[in-house]
Design a protein around this ligand. Sequence first.
Ligand code: ATP
Length: 610
Amino acid sequence: MTTGGVHPEGRDTGGPTPAELPPPPAPAAHTGAERAVLRLARPYLGRLVGAGLLAAATEFAGLALMATATWLLMSAAGRPPLDRLTVAIVAVRALAISRGVFRYTERLAGHDAVLRMITDVRARVFATLAARRGPAEQRSGDALSRLVSDVEAVQDLLLRVLVPGAAAALVSLLAVGGAALVSPPAAGVLAVGLLVAGVALPVLATALTRRAADEVAPLRGALATDAVDLTHGAADLAAFGATGYALRAATDRADRLARLERRLARTGFAVDAAGVLVAGLTAAGVVLAALRAGVDGVLVGVLAVGTLAAVEIALALVGAARQRTQLRADLDRVATLLDTPPAPTAPDGGATVAARAGHDVRFDGVTVRYREGAAPALDGVDLDLPAGRRVAVVGPSGAGKSTLAAVLTGAVHPDAGRVTLDGVDLSAYPAEELPRAIGGLLAEAYVFHASVRDNLLLGRPAAGEEELAAATRAAGLLDWVREQPDGWDTVVGEEGGQLSGGQRQRLALARALLAAPAVLVLDEPTEGLDPAAADAVLASALAATPAGHTVLLISHRLSGLDGLDEIVVLDAGRVVQRGRHAELMVTPGWYRDQWLLQAAAERGYLALAP
Ligand SMILES: Nc1ncnc2c1ncn2[C@@H]1O[C@H](COP(=O)(O)OP(=O)(O)OP(=O)(O)O)[C@@H](O)[C@H]1O
């Protein structure tokens, strides 16, 4: 839960309150973030520079249009012969048309470059998020917000800050140069006005909005996480009577966000008003300087209108600075992900899984540490799984059983040691190759909001009705499917919500059995089933697995393991016992103690059962 705040009994409901949100990062970090983004923009630099030049051409055409139109109107008032005006008339038309054409091509070129780049950024951010193991980073709401809004910050930095900013700076220089041809003193005044509008005001806007803007992005991320918690955790919140508190915490955060955004908007309006004032004052100053220098009346008018247009273009830098401030926190979050070295993946064209019935798997001194400094989840584990071998991994909660399965399926990479499939390191196989050989029922298997048939076919899309029935029978779900009015087409609800816990587990097991990979991982396949049903399902699942296929069974229950080739007992990530059931039962240790305890508990359960 990140719905921050304190429970009435003083229990913290977890997560940061707005006041606890991380402080705004140091300015140097922001520059680093922008640099990281710009490094990614390098392959598209040519297109971006093209877009910047087109943006400058658009602004310049607008400025020139205003100046020429003013000259035309003021000159026409003196009724000169028409041929003196012809060039200006044609220029006005040409500039009006070219401005539209430049704007259109600039948008096309800029968006083309940026959207190409964004595709790369999103793919990298996705890959980094997918490879992350830290629980703090695995919040789906926050991850979604990073993928969508934070990556859009990269787009905005280029399209709304850098391209228009560079164009405004370039056109401002041209405007001062143009004014200097008419009157150097007026050009001096214009330069001062442009510096105020294009440098001083953006710096002021940044200073005024920096703190508030830095708080906005983490707040948005936290709100996205709240939304996920409030929807996914609604039933638990209601069960603990905590809905009101969770809602209030989320509402407090939303209110704080609204307050910050209002503050940003108010500051924005004030700076915009200052910009209008600067435009007016600069135009007045230019007119005075030009009159004092004896410039012709028509040209004074051209200078005045041109000044207003030029200052307006320079004021785009205020918008760019404001936008940049608002993007900083988002950019930092993206840059952190982009700086993360990618998880080791096999190069394209890596090893391929041989097309045969059985595969040999070996764990050699495999160590996995989820967090630096934390105790390892697996600590130098050796395990031999030749084709056809059936091994159970048991041990107390937190011993590292699921981590072992995750390493085997390639979901988690060992920090030391290696796992080989047919003698080749797992990391040499491209991601899409491994599932051909290794797969099964992993911890907390996901059941999709689809029909029973579609959920099963995920395991083997081409399976026929008979294969579906065999796998479902082995998982003990076939009778239930046949009883349903819609049979295989029964929709199981979001996350299998319309099934009981046991039915959901049987469906996930049936899917794994149907997929029948040569190395089948079964992580707690009978979880949620009563002891008698668990024994029956485990026996039928093992019987349904072809002889040459390897099975790695992870289980809390120790009943029904007597037929397996080896039982490995893990504790705190280390192998503390191994052998067959009969051997372990005559050896003092965790296995025998736990087996006797479970057997006694189940005898009691069965004695109480009606
Ligand atoms: N994603 C993760 N991030 C951080 N630590 C993790 C993560 N997954 C597991 N751990 C830690 O690694 C250790 C081993 O966990 P693992 O889930 O492999 O144990 P397990 O034997 O399967 O436990 P259980 O029987 O309760 O499912 C535990 O201390 C756990 O807290």
